[in-house]
Every structure is written in C-alpha cells, then in structure tokens.
Design a protein around this ligand. Structure first.
Ligand code: TZP
Ligand code: MG
Length: 214
C-alpha cells in the first residue's frame, strides 16, 4: 500500500473516460478538481471510448499530470500494464479482471482497489491485499453496460456488519442528493461518474457533495 493512501482519499472519488465527458475529459477533470474531488480513476471503456492504444497512453499521461499538479491520486481501471508503464498511483479491478493477488505482487507500493458485491468478496479482496473496496451499484446506473442490479446500501451494511474495516467506497447512480445514506451505511466515500462528468457545471456538481462529506 502507498504510505500516502488514506480512507479520506475516497471521500469524493471521481471516475471518468472520454465516453463519459461530452465537454471533454481534461476540462471536466480540471473543473472537478476545483470542485473538490479527492481521487480520480481513468476508466476508458465502452461505447465512445478511444480505440487507439497510443491515444489512450497519451491521454492517461495528460490526466496523470493534472492529478499530480493537484496532489490527488491517479488510478487506472483494469489496465495494470498501463499503470506500470506510466507510473500511476494505483489500479482498480473488478471480479472479472486480473486477480487481485497477482496485481498486488506487481504493484508494490501502489494503491489497489477491488470491486466487490458481497462480504465474502470483500474478505477475499482484503486478504489479497486490496487497499480499498468499491461496492455497488448502490442505485441504478447508466454508465456501466454490464452493471449488476442495484442493491441500495444493503451490501455496504452487510460488509460492515461482518466486521470488515477496510476503506470502502460506494458506487452507482450516486448524486449529491442521494449520497447521505451511502455514508450512513458505513462507506468512507462515494465514487461517481455521471453526476459530475455530465453536469452542466462539473465544478459546482463536485462542490455540492462537500456538505455531505464529513
Ligand atoms: N461500477 C458499478 S456502477 C458503475 C461502475 C463503474 C458506474 C457508476 O457510474 P454513475 O454514472 O456514477 O452511475
Ligand atoms: Mg474492470
């Protein structure tokens, strides 16, 4: 784990790729940072995402520079090789991706996040060396084509009731209006795509979460 990583980094965890940002991802990321996001994940995936590996690498490098300037962690979704290549701060993977245990061995000193859907998967992620877990979808989402059914805050509560103390972030359909129950159920933060990336004013959209974040 990176010495600098703390659960406070998860408070307002913005995720985006080209496909999520009609106003342009670099502009949106800069505005989201001004609005107070605490961590960023580059997730270039699905319809509207870049095809060319070279374009993805150069975009990743530009987004990493923006995050570095703002001193917020820069995480890459799925692509461990890309993260190693550019020296990202960490990687986030799901249950269908490369095994967390193998990634942990490759990413010494980096942040590792794992998506989970039950307290069993949460325990395994922790044992494999995850620094934090993502739990969702909490609410229905249109940003992930193969998302599982939304289960409200139930799974977050289950994981906490099972005694899991790992840093935890809720994801899926979260807005400033519905984020409070996510924190109340035991999450340390919220991960959001569209409520910031598709907002008319991403800075203001991010800012509106600050009243809910402790
Ligand atoms: N994993 C579970 S839901 C989701 C991901 C990546 C998408 C979240 O996007 P949004 O727009 O905040 O619902
Ligand atoms: Mg994945």
């Amino acid at each position: 784990m990176r010495a600098e990583f703390q659960k406070e980094n998860l408070s307002l965890y913005f995720i985006a790729g080209t496909q999520d940002c009609p106003a342009g991802i670099e502009t949106v990321l800069r505005q989201a940072i001004e609005g107070g996001i605490t961590m960023f994940q580059f997730r270039e995936k699905g319809p509207g995402s870049l095809d060319s590996k070279d374009d993805i690498v150069s975009l990743a490098i530009r987004l990493q520079a923006i995050c570095r300037e703002a001193a917020i962690p820069f995480i890459i979704n799925d692509d461990v090789d890309l993260a190693v290549k550019i020296g990202a701060d960490g990687v986030h993977v799901g249950q269908e991706d490369e095994k967390a245990l193998e990634i942990r061995a490759k990413l010494k000193g980096k942040i590792l996040g794992v998506s989970v859907h039950s307290s069993e998967e949460a325990a395994k992620a922790k044992a494999d060396g995850a620094d934090y877990i993502g739990v969702g979808p909490v609410y229905p989402t249109t940003s992930k084509a193969d998302a599982k059914e939304a289960r409200g805050t139930e799974v977050i509560r289950d994981i906490r009731l099972a005694g899991m103390q790992i840093p935890l972030v809720g994801i899926g359909g979260i807005t400033a209006e519905n984020a409070a129950p996510v924190f109340a159920s035991g999450a340390d933060g919220v991960s959001v795509i569209s409520s910031i990336s598709r907002a008319q004013d991403p800075k203001e959209a991010a800012r509106r979460f600050s009243a809910i974040i402790g």
